[in-house]
Design a protein around this ligand. Structure first.
Ligand code: ATP
Ligand code: MG
Length: 720
């Protein structure tokens, strides 16, 4: 057994596995077997050195990576009675705290609250104690939570935080921090930040407990060590210093969590903390083909702030990676689905051999739809299906409210109005009941004063829905109608005020989807069913019944959650400007380098086949502009991939130009507005034309609508 175990390793890996009397650091590139060293070392310690499994601790960053590691160890020692402890940092801290609960004055079964609960708590504190403070009332919850987290990370108690504050608002926030802590205590809860901080304090203040945990582990290993922050490193030091029992592995080129405090210096300066530390580098890649490796290494070379590493592979050249330009988001999803089918049919791959990686969760939507339509089973890791998201359900409820008008959807719309709570909704429902009419009729047909009597915030629903219907008829656009309703009722503002940026991305992705449906909808294809109802029906069909237990599935996940994982075929999709790197991270060199590392992580997940796609030319609400290739596309060496041009657009250029020439109307329309014109739109308000092309315009509105595609023939616009 043990022979086999070491036989599988190269000389350097063997050395790393058998080095057990010194602190050990491995710095090596992706796919060089760092995680394999950790899992092999666990097996080696148990089988060869008779270390009890429970005396071994291995930590990493994501649950998926921890599970992966557990699986690999299980394969090496199938008949193990006790499992070594393999977990994420947070899960390990939670375990320590539950065991030592008495010393932190919490019950064993304390709760860990999430950000949603945090917001509710902060809101209630402001309402109770600071209702006079105008500054605090302006949806500051997230900023306050962030501030509190910073104080906690600096290990400052509320009274110490107070000493740092000078302005009245700051002092009030420090006071809120104190009350927040009291509240948590009453609820016998802690927040996510507390997990690591309380563990730190526990070890720092109780030498006896620290000694106990130090004795608990004979060996400690940390995977993905490049993403460790100071606090996590302190925890590691607590339980390993002077014991020579630590192994850390990492790749500085894969640091993707600096925004959460990860410090690559920690791995680089390992020997300052552990002077007798041994360093080993691994230089053989076992994961990828030569072609994939070449492209990845060449690309990461664009980062100035890095040390080059040598890495080679004995794997064959394999196919060249493919760079694919797509004409729209749907087209990109179609390409991927077709490619998956083709590779399964022609080359014997299985569904489980595919990863689809994207930078932002909202990009998954087209793929979910397309895979479903092609009956390709899939799973999302670390994210929820697009249509299961609360914001998407909320938004679709507006469309149901103005089409089918069912009670459940009207109720949901009511709930989404700021300042309307359950009590008010109950009152509205019982009013409808007592009048013997439907909720829909009460709201749309009866005198609005009835609603006003219940709450002054209610009448907006009637005007919004009626106008929503009107806009739909006028513009023949579901997107425009929904966009109007969400803005008008205050839903978008609520998301913006509470910094729900990801939810806004989801809404933008939904606009993209609706805009597309608006374009392709032809009543003939839908048995003359109403357009909105057709959309909703198509949508609800996506409520897939795909067997959850089916293991043979395509996996959709973000680049960040793919860290440490690998698969035979990898698609990296949406390599677009303002998407990857994202709109907000395009500013500083430091942020760009971090994004480049994220793409390097993505590229290096692929074992055999790599496809990179981007969309060109289609407008997207997510990027608030026409989609263009990311600057990273230009940084990929042309000699290292095959470029596949556009899918032939459904409207071929000949037909397009013919249409265009035959329409004088279009010509005259096109000349009506030009870039820079200030216009007024009846619904969306004032805006500036930022793009004009043959009657198709992009207008930036000063209202919450932001940038929108508008046709120059839209009767609702006038030039100012
Ligand atoms: P990353 O930086 O992406 O986390 P890594 O350095 O942790 O990568 P591993 O995941 O451990 O790399 O290994 C990559 C692949 O190479 C795995 O499939 C692993 O089983 C295989 N591998 C590693 N070392 C060897 C070896 N000596 N012989 C055969 N296969 C190996
Ligand atoms: Mg790894």
């Amino acid at each position: 057994m043990i022979e086999n175990l070491l036989d599988e390793l190269n000389e350097k890996q063997k050395l790393a596995v058998t080095t057990i009397n010194n602190p050990l650091r491995i710095i090596a590139g992706a796919g060089s077997g760092k995680t394999k060293v950790i899992t092999s070392k666990i097996a080696y310690l148990i089988l060869e050195k008779q270390v009890a499994p429970w005396k071994i601790l291995a930590v990493t960053f994501t649950n998926k990576a921890a599970n992966e590691m557990k699986e690999r160890v299980k394969k090496l020692i199938p008949d193990m009675n006790y499992a070594p402890q393999i977990s994420t940092f947070h899960a390990w801290c939670s375990r320590v705290l539950r065991e030592e609960n008495e010393n932190i004055d919490l019950p064993k079964n304390f709760l860990i609250i999430d950000q949603y609960d945090q917001i509710l708590i902060i809101k209630s504190i402001i309402k109770e104690f600071f209702s006079e403070n105008i500054n605090l009332r302006k949806n500051m919850e997230r900023k306050i939570i962030y501030r509190i987290a910073n104080w906690k990370n600096d290990l400052l108690e509320p009274y110490e935080a107070m000493d740092e504050c000078y302005s009245t608002t700051e002092r009030a926030i420090a006071e809120i921090y104190g009350k927040y802590q009291e509240h948590l205590k009453e609820m016998k809860s802690i927040d996510f930040n507390d997990l690591q901080i309380l563990t730190y304090k526990l070890f720092n203040n109780h030498p006896v407990i620290l000694q106990k945990w130090k004795d608990r582990y004979d060996y400690v290993m940390v995977d993905e060590f490049q993403d460790t922050n100071d606090l996590q490193f302190d925890l590691i030091k607590f339980i390993t210093q002077n014991k020579n029992n630590l192994t850390v592995v990492g790749d500085p080129d894969q640091t993707i969590y600096s925004w959460r405090g990860a410090k690559v210096d920690i791995i680089l300066n390992f020997n300052k903390t552990f002077p007798n530390g041994v360093s080993i580098t691994l230089d053989q890649n076992y994961r990828s083909t030569q072609n994939i490796l070449d492209l990845s290494n060449d690309f990461i070379n664009n980062n100035k702030n890095r040390e080059a590493k040598e890495i080679f592979t004995k794997n064959g050249n394999g196919e060249l990676p493919v760079l694919k330009e797509c004409t729209s988001k749907q087209n990109e999803a179609e390409f991927v689905a077709q490619k998956i089918k083709q590779l399964i049919k022609d080359e014997g791959y299985n569904f489980q051999d595919f990863y689809i990686l994207y930078r932002m969760n909202a990009w998954s939507q087209e793929f979910e739809k397309e895979l479903y339509n092609n009956r390709i089973p899939f799973q999302l890791i670390g994210g929820m299906r697009f249509r299961d998201r609360k914001v998407i359900k909320d938004a679709n409820a507006f469309l149901r409210a103005i089409s089918t008008g069912d009670t459940a959807s009207i109720e949901r719309v009511l709930k989404s109005i700021p300042k309307i709570g359950d009590v008010t909704i109950e009152k509205v429902k019982s009013l409808a009941e007592s009048m013997g009419i439907s909720l829909n009729d009460l709201i749309l047909k009866e005198d609005v004063a009835l609603l006003e009597n219940i709450s002054k915030h209610l009448p907006i629903i009637k005007s919004t829905l009626i106008k929503g219907i009107e806009i739909f008829k006028q513009e023949n656009s579901i997107r425009a109608s929904l966009q109007y309703m969400l803005v008008e009722i205050g839903y978008i503002k609520k998301l913006k005020d509470t910094n729900k940026n990801e939810d806004i991305d989801y809404i933008d992705a939904l606009y993209d989807q609706l805009e597309n449906f608006d374009k392709i909808y032809d009543p003939k294809d839908y048995e003359n069913t109403d357009k909105i109802v057709s959309y909703l029906q198509e949508e609800s069909l996506l409520n897939s019944e795909i067997d959850e237990l089916e293991v043979n599935k395509v996996t959709l996940l973000t680049v960040h959650s793919a860290k440490g994982l690998e698969n035979k075929v990898v698609f990296i999709v949406g390599l677009n400007q303002d998407i990857f790197p994202g709109r907000l991270s395009s500013n500083s060199q430091k942020e760009i380098e971090e994004e480049r590392r994220a793409l390097y992580v993505a590229l290096t997940r692929a074992k055999e086949r790599l496809f990179i796609t981007y969309v060109k030319g289609d407008f997207s609400f997510i990027s608030q502009s026409e989609l263009l290739p990311s600057k990273f596309v230009r940084e990929l060496d042309e000699d290292m991939y095959t470029f596949e041009g556009k899918f032939q657009n459904k409207l071929n250029p000949f037909i397009k130009s013919k249409n265009y020439n035959s329409s004088n109307l279009n010509d005259s329309v096109a000349s009506k507005f030009s870039k820079g014109d200030i216009i007024e739109h009846m619904i969306f308000g004032d805006g500036v034309v930022i793009e004009e092309n043959q009657g198709k315009m992009k207008v930036a509105f000063s209202s919450d609508f932001g940038i929108m595609p508008i046709s120059a023939s839209d009767a609702a616009i006038t030039k100012k």
